[in-house]
Design a binder for this molecule. Structure first.
Ligand code: FEO
Length: 185
């Protein structure tokens, strides 16, 4: 048997270090993160259409960050020699009643993701998936930050209410958001 075919046979019989249940759960979370990214992209489009260009910019950056979260999990699965199974992404909401509602929904979305990550962490614990536990710790810390940031914006919108000058100021503030370097997203 040649070297290449011997290597191939060896690889064929290798299995992932992750249990199937853990692989399925991480694949599901990749879909959740992509849905989140899709949702923020839809929010960004709505804000832009309503001429809240700063809020649209903020949401576009958030959408990109969620995509990097999905990629981080994808890379983790591949590093553990597990299969990545991408599933269809559900349609996000497309209509909102106000810009404050957009950010309230963003906060609710982050709270939901926090629950998903917590459940995944609990599962990794049960499955004794120690490398996954370490990987997921990054996500747990990230969720604390993401919820905090979204909550602060919601409070600001609730404070300014419908005052046009204050809304313009807040929109200008949101336009200042800078994308984080890829490794810290
Ligand atoms: Fe990746 Fe904001 O959850």
């Amino acid at each position: 048997m040649g070297y290449l075919s011997a290597t191939y046979s060896l690889l064929r019989f290798q299995t992932s270090m992750l249990t199937q249940v853990m692989q399925d759960a991480i694949n599901a979370q990749i879909n959740n993160e992509l849905y989140s990214s899709y949702g923020y992209l839809s929010m960004s489009a709505w804000c832009q259409h309503e001429q809240f260009t700063g809020a649209a910019h903020w949401m576009r950056i958030q959408s990109e960050e969620e995509r990097t979260h999905a990629l981080k999990l994808q890379d983790f699965l591949l590093a553990r020699y597990a299969k990545v199974i991408l599933k269809p992404i559900a349609q996000p909401e497309v209509e909102f009643s106000s810009v404050v509602e957009v950010f309230e929904k963003a906060l609710a979305q982050e709270q939901k993701v926090t629950e998903q990550i917590d459940k995944l962490y609990e599962l990794a614990f049960q499955e004794k998936a120690f490398a996954a536990l370490v990987e997921l710790e990054w996500f747990i810390t990230e969720q604390v930050e993401e919820e905090k940031t979204a909550r602060e914006v919601v409070h600001k919108f609730q404070m300014v209410k419908n005052d046009p000058a204050s809304l313009l100021d807040l929109d200008r503030e949101l336009s200042q958001r800078v994308a984080e370097p890829a490794e810290t997203k």
